[in-house]
Ligand binder design. Structure first.
Ligand code: COA
Length: 336
């Protein structure tokens, strides 16, 4: 066993765009109904960027809030990781753009990590490795995606689900010896990768034999199989992560899951035998905001009095790849 330095979750922030698209609005695009969508997903509305607003603007606001809460100044950040699957530009990466916008010094490493909706948990595990080994001390994690830009708005099987939003977390070396990560695990299974995919839009080089098809850059999904994957894999995985933490599920205060589908959230809740008060869900208002959904649910949960800080939580996510992950964490006072 490697002895890692303890990690502190020092600040968390979020940002959601103003523009609301309700289920009724979607009936203008195709045949559907609020009842159909809500009963199958728990979603009533979602937020999307509009005009020139992008995931950079949302990520900037979420990161600024997380930095303020952490009391870490931009000049003291020594690594930036963006959990970005749908950034506005493939490069420069979202993390590089945010480095300049936030006034984080030149030279500080900045990179994007793509693990779709599990991105936040993946980034937390990577940050834990860096901090635990002493390579970096103050890491900014930003999860911000422009899902609405790659959604096929003619496809009623996918466009009902996704929304835009951003979340951010500042993690630092813990100076009081207390580790805020009680257990964490990340996983992937590329053999079922085609359950959710987005082909890069592209073209053929005019000098070579063309490929049979070029990507259209839109989200494609086998919803039924993704649903089955999630309800069979995630609840068991969450239980294993809790057991690794040395705690029992009763001792953990909250479940803050990735917000993909209310029925998937309920499957995890039932497995843990949690009352509704212990489960944080805001999918009704935001839909699936990919890797941003966990920090959004956390901070909003605190703002709405559903989460009391000075507590513990199990975070869990899953998404394209397929990827999945979970972490039992300590939520200190003042982090959001
Ligand atoms: N409104 C009305 N009807 C719709 C519809 C909509 N928005 N979307 C699909 N339908 C129709 C289909 O065309 C199909 O009709 P048919 O039987 O005549 O062919 C029928 O409803 C059933 O479609 P299906 O795709 O099998 O529905 P479902 O019960 O699996 O529900 C999802 C679809 C997307 C809600 C569900 O599969 C799901 O939530 N999966 C998980 C997806 C997810 O979480 N992805 C992100 C992971 S990070």
């Amino acid at each position: 066993m490697i002895n890692l330095k303890p990690l502190k979750i020092a600040g968390v922030g979020y940002c959601i765009p103003e523009t609301v698209i309700t289920n009724d609005d979607l009936t203008k695009l195709y045949e559907t109904s609020d009842e159909w969508i809500y009963s199958r997903t728990g979603i009533k509305e979602r937020r999307v960027v509009s005009g020139n607003e992008t995931a950079i603007d949302l990520g900037f606001k979420a990161a600024t809030q997380a930095l303020e809460k952490s009391k870490i100044k931009p000049e003291d950040v020594d690594c930036i990781i963006s959990a970005a699957s749908v950034p506005p530009q493939l490069y420069p990466t979202l993390s590089c753009t945010l480095q300049a916008k936030l006034g984080i010094p030149k030279g500080v490493p900045a990179f994007d990590l793509t693990a779709a909706c599990t991105g936040l948990i993946y980034a937390l595990q990577v940050a834990r490795g860096f901090i635990g080994s002493g390579i970096y001390k103050n890491i900014l994690i930003v999860a911000s995606d422009n899902n609405s830009k790659i959604t096929d708005w003619n496809d009623r099987g996918t466009s009902i689900l996704f929304g835009d939003g951003a979340g951010a977390m500042v993690v630092t070396e813990s100076t009081d010896g207390v580790d805020d990560i009680l257990s964490i695990n990340i996983s992937a299974d590329g053999s079922i990768g085609q359950l959710i995919y987005t082909d890069m839009p592209g073209q053929n080089c005019p000098l070579v034999k063309p490929a049979d098809s070029v990507g259209d850059g839109k989200i494609r999904m086998n919803g039924k199989e993704v649903y089955k994957f999630a309800v069979t894999t995630v609840p068991k995985y969450v239980e294993e992560c809790i057991s690794k933490s040395g705690m029992t599920s009763d001792e953990i205060d909250y479940l803050i899951p990735h917000q993909a589908n209310q029925r998937i959230i309920e499957a995890i809740q039932q497995r843990l035998k949690y009352s509704d008060e212990k489960v944080i869900s805001n999918i009704k208002y935001y839909g699936n905001t990919s890797a941003a959904s966990i920090p959004i649910a956390l901070v909003e949960g605190v703002e709405q009095g559903k989460i009391k800080l000075g507590s513990t939580a199990i975070l869990c996510g899953f998404g394209a790849g397929m990827t999945w992950g979970a972490a039992v964490v300590r939520l200190r006072e003042g982090i959001c």
